[in-house]
Design a protein around this ligand. Structure first.
Ligand code: HEM
Length: 224
C-alpha cells in the first residue's frame, strides 16, 4: 500500500528553493548597474549552492544521490517514449528526463557563475562576457523546460510535485522512504547563505549609514 513518504531531505529542498531564488535574482538584475552588487551576490550564492549540491550528490540521502538518478540515454529514451504513448513509468525520485534537465541546470549554472566571476574579476576577453550571457540565457530556457516538465509530470501522475519539493514527501511504499532528513546540514547551508549575504552587504550598509550621518550633520549646521 502506498502512502506519502519522505523522499527529499531538507538540505535538498533548501538547495532547490535557494537556487531558484538566486538564479531569478541574478537574471533580473543582470542588466542593471544599480543592482550590480545583488547580481554578483546572487551569482556567488548560485556557485556555492551548486558546489554544495555536487558534494550532496555523493553524500546525501538516497534520492539526492547522483547514483540514484543519473542514467544512460536508453533510460531517457524509454521514459520519453512511454510518455508519448501515454504510459510513463512513475519514479519515486527524479525521472530520467527530469534528471537530464537537472544535470544541465547544474552544469550551466556552474559555467555561468564561474564566467561571471571571471568577468567581475576583470579577466580579459569579450568572449567571456559573451559566454556568460549565452550560458545564462540557455539556463533560463532549460528552467522553463524544467518547470514545464514538472507541471506535465504533475498532470500525468496526478500528484503535486511542487508541494513535494516543499514538504519533502511523495507517494510511495514504506520501504522506499528515506530514513533521515538531515536538518543539521540544512541549518549549516542556511546559516552559510545568511552569513554570506550579511557579509556581502555590510560595507554598503556602513557607507549608507555614514552618508546618512554626514547629511544629518549638514542639515543641523544649515538650520538656524
Ligand atoms: C517556480 C519555479 C520552480 C518550480 C515549481 C520547481 C519545481 C521543482 C520540482 C517539483 C522538482 C522535483 C522534480 C522531481 O520530482 O523529479 C525540482 C527539482 C529541481 N529543480 Fe526546480 N523548480 C523551479 C525552479 C527551478 C529553478 C529556477 C532552478 C534552477 C535555476 C531549478 C532547479 C532544479 C534542480 C537542480 C532540481 C533537482 C533538485 C535536487 O535533486 O537537488 N528549479 N524543481
Amino acid at each position: 500500500m502506498t502512502q506519502r513518504i519522505p523522499v527529499w531531505d531538507i538540505p535538498t529542498r533548501v538547495f532547490h528553493w535557494s537556487l531558484a531564488l538566486s538564479f531569478t535574482g541574478a537574471y533580473v538584475t543582470g542588466e542593471s548597474e544599480r543592482w550590480a552588487l545583488v547580481h554578483v551576490t546572487c551569482g556567488y550564492t548560485l556557485l556555492g549552492l551548486i558546489v554544495f549540491r555536487l558534494v550532496w550528490g555523493v553524500a546525501g540521502t538516497r534520492y539526492a544521490r547522483f547514483s540514484e538518478f543519473v542514467s544512460g540515454p536508453s533510460s531517457v529514451i524509454r521514459y520519453i517514449s512511454g510518455l508519448i504513448q501515454g504510459t510513463p513509468t512513475r519514479y519515486v525520485g527524479h525521472n530520467p528526463a527530469g534528471a537530464l534537465a537537472i544535470l544541465a541546470l547544474l552544469l550551466l549554472g556552474l559555467v555561468s557563475a564561474v564566467s561571471g566571476w571571471m568577468v567581475y574579476g576583470d579577466v580579459d576577453g569579450d568572449w567571456l562576457e559573451k559566454l556568460h550571457e549565452v550560458v545564462s540565457s540557455l539556463m533560463l530556457a532549460i528552467v522553463f523546460v524544467h518547470i514545464a516538465g514538472v507541471l506535465i509530470s504533475c498532470r500525468l501522475h496526478g500528484e503535486n510535485l511542487v508541494k513535494s519539493m516543499l514538504d519533502g514527501r511523495k507517494q510511495g511504499e514504506e520501504n522506499q522512504a528515506i530514513t533521515a532528513l538531515r536538518p543539521i546540514v540544512a541549518l549549516f547551508v542556511l546559516a552559510s547563505l545568511i552569513g554570506f549575504w550579511v557579509w556581502s552587504f555590510s560595507d554598503t550598509l556602513k557607507i549608507t549609514k555614514a552618508a546618512d550621518s554626514v547629511m544629518t550633520a549638514e542639515d543641523k549646521m544649515t538650520k538656524p
